[in-house]
Design a protein around this ligand. Sequence first.
Ligand code: G6Q
Length: 561
Amino acid sequence: MRPLRLVSNMKSTLNSSPAWLALIHHHRDMQSKHMMTLFDKNPNRFNDFTLEFEGILLDYSKNIITDKTLKLLIKLVKQQGVEQFRDAMFAGERINNTENRAVLHTALRNRSKSPVYVDNQDIMPAVHAELEKMRIFTDKVRSGEWKGLSGKAITDIVNIGIGGSDLGPQTVCCALAPYASNLDVHFVSNVDGMHIENCLKKLNPETTLFIVASKTFTTQETITNAETAKRWFLGHENVIESDVAKHFVAVSTNDKEVSKFGIDLDNMFEFWDWVGGRYSLWSTIGISIALYVGMDRFIELLEGAEAMDKHFQEAPLEENMPVILAMIGVWYGNFFGAESSAILPYDHHLQFLPAYLEQADMESNGKSVDRDGKETTYSTGKVIWGTEGINGQHAFYQLLHQGTRLIPTDFIASIRSHSKLSNHSNILASNFIAQTEALMRGRNMKETRLQLRNAGVELKEIEAHLPHMTFRGNQPSNSIVLDSLTPRSLGSLLALYEHKIFVQGAIWNLNSYDQWGVELGKKLARNILDELESDKSLYEHDNSTDGLLNWFLDRRNKDKE
Ligand code: G6Q
């Protein structure tokens, strides 16, 4: 493993490396090519540029790429030692070099008997023990054997967490809602009091179970919300301190803080420092998922992810889904200058996927210093954004179709919907497929003119409308099509994106597993909280921040007058 160099003013040389220069050269040939002409030249493009994995189709034919592009990108992957780095991650090497930690979310879904070592110690027995503890607990709660303070069964689960301790479980619970049975699950993350107030309004303390999910158990938002929940709980008539044990459990790596909060360690589910927050849904952080859909379904989710892990480790680079997705992303980001990429699910249950991937991708690869402390002289993580595709069509797709920017997109759809309304499913699917077609084809002047003439529009008007109704097309898209959204296929889909992010980070020589950038804001917020609580400016800020703070304090004080 390359040692961590803490201070360096050197710049990375990736973009003067042979594989990179070859791609720059190739980009000159490709930049003005239209995908439609690439299809004219190769009528087998769909077959050539699709992959299938356990019923999941990746269609990457609608991209501005040729065989040569892929060959050159694979040279880049090899040059950057991505395969060796991947093997180091799976083997438990401390690839998170700035925090000196292994990165082993893959061990959480290792369903084989094979050991995984961290510092010569097999971590699998601990992983299995925690899964077993989770099974016993979730079975009890789901069956009604676990009783609340008044002897009633639990009806509502509230996951209190934020970031990695919220987005993953929430995304999965929403995706697997058709598999849920008797429990309702709620997620509280925002420290804006309205979030927890609104949630608690609907709940009965006798039948509510709170999960305080926090790797560190020191996260201000989570602890504040958890304390509010505890106060609300204890504030009810006939509720006594010892009832907390029946209604509060914790998921954390920090037993000291959990005890300090007042949660019995018997009610704590453990995970480990080699699980990054945004990669933690596979750990006991997923307990809300297991409560909602059952432990068997949770295991199926893990198995789906494990299957993708194996594919990532074993498939040749040219047939490796995460590698292909990653390389295409690098092609647009680094050579075409694309700044962002959109995630567009055409499955209502995947509505949280864009938010989940925003964190997974941007927190992992939003870095401007490489693993060796050198400044990157190339772009790294793109802005990831998106929403449910069908809603986006009626909102922002205009910019995708006729704006000035190249925005690669991932369309994600399921063939078999959980909905019984087949007419709805057909409309949804037709829109998904049509959008990928429209983004690629566009519409040229000749077609537009003909269409207007056929519609009986007068010649003078036709000419005036032409520039507005012409689409250049050539907007790239990947289509990821699941047979249906099941725990297993979802596990594979999420692991696919995790590994895509890994490959991109490895190409850019980043540490995708730290997040130092989020620290500064937290630290400054602590100072400003002192000032808000003491009602006066205490620290020296810049002129703008002082102005903003004083404006805030003045206005707030006027309310008090
Ligand atoms: C994820 C990030 C971050 C983290 C939250 C919550 O990779 O580190 O999103 O998950 O800040 O942290 P805790 O789980 O420690 O409360």
